[in-house]
Design a binder for this molecule. Structure first.
Ligand SMILES: Nc1ncnc2c1ncn2[C@@H]1O[C@H](COP(=O)(O)OP(=O)(O)OP(=O)(O)O)[C@@H](O)[C@H]1O
Length: 313
């Protein structure tokens, strides 16, 4: 669906993008992560055929950016990080305006506009002025706009930036829905954890260079520093904590309480230990009834800092 080969963009001596090689297959949701100025927008603009690279090649839906711009623009929905809305226009008028620009005509136009409004959960705002929408609603309207022509590929530049936590959750839910619809999505962010659970692939870019690229689980393995497991047992938590502390592979055991007031143990393994299934077995063999045994979610934000530290500092 998307392939770039040594894609490079220079501004004078500056490599905004340096030999970028990316592959997105149909249905991939690729989280493109990087700090400000990393080259994310440059990549998206090149893929959207709005900017020429200095060299390198890129294909979108099988069309080259050099001679397939028309076909590419038809196949993609590009949402830039900043886009203007027009004053004195109602939400539905705004969408109909863009639908007309996409040459969607006849009675079908109205239907499509209503459908995308429904998809982004803005039906209740159809007659509101676009300038009266909150930032989160404006972002959702922006998404609705790029969905009008039912593109196969979505290029979304920081769709969650500047949103409050609730609006971020809504955008993530929407992205999940688009993923379920089979869209291929390249979505950028400078916040790693934000995208981890909606993407199947992740790339981390800095100063125009892709530092890490792969399946979310592989990226997590690469950046993993130590293994932490959350454990809970029925009734005998104190005994379990004592037992775990005595195991030679265990570094530390701490007790924590979750939001529902459930207590669990946070077991940190020694640095060289990367497997941990044996601990569950030992607990069971020693008569503990396990109610929770799960690797702690790796803090991707920490991983991100860990990865980029060497370059930025
Ligand atoms: N028109 C331009 N002229 C000169 N330099 C530019 C131009 N556009 C971008 N750059 C530089 O190219 C680099 C990459 O910029 P880009 O906008 O792609 O980064 P980004 O990852 O999207 O960052 P942000 O999160 O801030 O949007 C930056 O150093 C930027 O200053």
């Amino acid at each position: 669906m998307i392939e770039t080969r040594d894609l490079t963009k220079m501004y004078g001596d500056l490599y905004a993008l340096n030999r970028l090689n990316l592959v997105l297959n149909q249905g991939d949701v690729y989280g493109f992560i990087g700090p400000n100025g990393a080259g994310k927008t440059t990549t998206m603009r090149i893929l959207a055929t709005l900017l020429n690279p200095t060299w390198g090649e890129a294909y979108v839906c099988g069309h080259s950016i050099y001679n397939g711009a028309k076909e590419i623009r038809r196949a993609i929905g590009y949402m830039p990080d900043f886009f203007g809305v027009y004053d004195d226009m109602k939400v539905i008028e705004y969408l109909e305006f863009f639908a007309a620009a996409y040459r969607i005509t006849g009675p079908g136009r109205k239907k499509i506009c209503e459908e995308v409004l429904e998809l982004v959960d803005l039906t209740y705002k159809r007659d509101a002025l676009v300038t009266s929408l909150s930032r989160g609603m404006t972002q959702r309207l922006g998404l609705a706009r790029v969905l009008l022509h039912d593109p196969q590929v979505l290029l979304l530049d920081e769709p969650a930036s500047g949103l409050d936590p609730r609006a971020r959750i809504e955008i993530r839910a929407l992205l999940k829905e688009l993923r379920a619809m089979g869209k291929t999505i390249l979505v950028s962010s400078h916040i790693l954890p934000e995208l981890a659970d909606i993407c199947n692939k992740i790339g981390i870019i800095e100063q125009g260079q892709l530092l890490v690229n792969g399946a979310v689980s592989d990226v997590m393995k690469q950046v993993r520093t130590d293994v932490v497991i959350n454990v809970s047992v029925a009734d005998r938590m104190t005994d379990a904590a004592d037992f775990l502390e005595k195991q030679p592979e265990v570094d530390s055991v701490d007790e924590k309480t979750d939001l529902n007031d459930h207590t669990y143990l946070v077991v940190k393994m020694k640095p060289e230990v990367i497997t941990y299934g044996f601990l569950a077995q030992r607990l069971i063999e020693n008569g503990f009834e396990l109610t929770l045994f799960r690797e702690d979610e790796i803090n991707l934000e920490t991983a991100f800092m860990h990865l980029t530290k060497g370059i930025t500092s």
